[in-house]
Design a protein around this ligand. Structure first.
Ligand SMILES: [Cu+2]
Length: 354
């Protein structure tokens, strides 16, 4: 109902504007002048508005930086994130002065050379030297930035080797939550198939595959050890989601039917970051960065970065897939359902509390 009222108001507003324009045109006809001819006075007004616009525009930008500046992400918590931030900062350092100078020149010229009936424009058709200058300088700067960017991209996306001794985590996305899976003691992820998803087996793990038996999966939060490379594998059950871990400067699409990858090495624990930011509530998050449906905003999982010792302790407390299996083999369906329910309610209460 409210939407309808807004629509009616907009339509009435447009009709009113059209009528006012008609009245102005009629008035001009009566006076014998035409509203389509730009007078000298119009020109002067427009010219004076140019510096006014320029100053208000810059003032608005400065206001935004002052107002929202402290909402920026804290220092990067991953090794490669520092390099990405550097690339970003250097790009800003080049772009900002150019942006300021070109805008000042643009509005200055529009003000200074507004139409003047006593002045005749100089006919100046071409200057090869100038053309060369303003083509080659931006091209060179862009080339340097792109090459720099490509080398950073190469470093960030480089696959891990055995020497890195990474821990592996699979992040499984679906509308509208995340599940993190660890390969368990054997270090191998069990097979999975979307057709096997049922009840407690929310990832569709293949219980006939021995590698799946010790797999562990968690919701609401997952843990990673500090200063150890993490190899992520991303899957999606339904639509394209995007695993976004802003504090680690990491993002990767989760695409149904394929496995995408990303790796990083966390360098700052959650506790240390709480001290750095001065915020005792600070938490790292995995978010979804694709608008994937109605409850997209709910796709959130806390990431806890801690010492290897704490991480191992936490890992030992997590249940293996087979332990859920035991329930289903003994046919205690109710127990499984209770457990699943408890897990997802825990996840939901955590998410809604954030
Ligand atoms: Cu999503």
């Amino acid at each position: 109902m409210f939407d309808l009222l807004i629509l009616v108001a907009v339509i009435l507003g447009l009709i009113a504007i059209a009528k006012v324009i008609q009245v102005l045109e009629l008035a001009n006809n009566v006076k014998g002048t035409s509203s389509y001819i730009v007078s000298e006075k119009d020109n002067r007004t427009q010219a004076r508005l140019m510096p006014v616009f320029l100053i208000s525009y810059f003032a608005f930008i400065i206001w935004q930086v002052v107002k929202w500046g402290d909402e920026m992400l804290p220092v990067s918590a991953s090794e490669h994130g520092v390099v990405i931030d550097q690339l970003m900062n250097i790009t800003w350092m080049i772009i900002i002065p150019v942006f300021i100078l070109t805008h000042i020149a643009l509005f200055y010229f529009a003000w200074k050379y507004a139409y003047d009936k006593n002045r005749k424009a100089q006919f100046y058709a071409h200057n090869s030297k100038l053309e060369m200058l303003w083509t080659s300088i931006p091209a060179l700067v862009l080339l340097i930035l792109i090459l720099y960017g490509l080398s950073v991209w190469g470093d960030v996306m480089a696959p891990l080797t055995e020497e890195d001794d990474p821990i592996e985590i699979e992040l499984y996305s679906r509308q509208f939550d995340w599940t993190a899976r660890y390969p368990g003691e054997d270090g191998v992820f069990g097979k999975s198939d979307v057709r096997l998803i049922a009840g407690v087996n929310m990832l569709g793990l293949d219980s006939t595959d021995e590698n799946a038996w010790d797999d562990k999966y968690v919701k609401a939060e997952f843990h990673i050890p500090v200063n150890r490379s993490v190899q992520f594998y991303f899957r999606s059950q339904d639509v394209i989601h995007s695993a976004y871990m802003p504090h680690f400067r990491a993002q990767m699409n989760c695409v149904p039917g394929m496995i995408t990858q990303f790796n990083f090495k966390p360098t700052i624990t959650t506790a240390e970051m709480r001290e750095i930011t001065g915020n005792p509530e600070f938490a790292y998050y995995l978010l979804c960065n694709k608008v994937c449906g109605a409850a997209h905003y709910n796709m959130k999982m806390e990431i806890i970065v801690e010492s290897e010792e704490d991480y191992n302790n936490w890992m030992n407390e997590q249940k293996e897939f087979m332990e859920y299996g035991k329930y289903s083999f003994s046919n205690e369906k109710n127990d499984i359902n209770k457990e699943v329910l408890a897990k997802s309610t825990e996840a939901e209460t955590k998410n809604s509390a954030l």
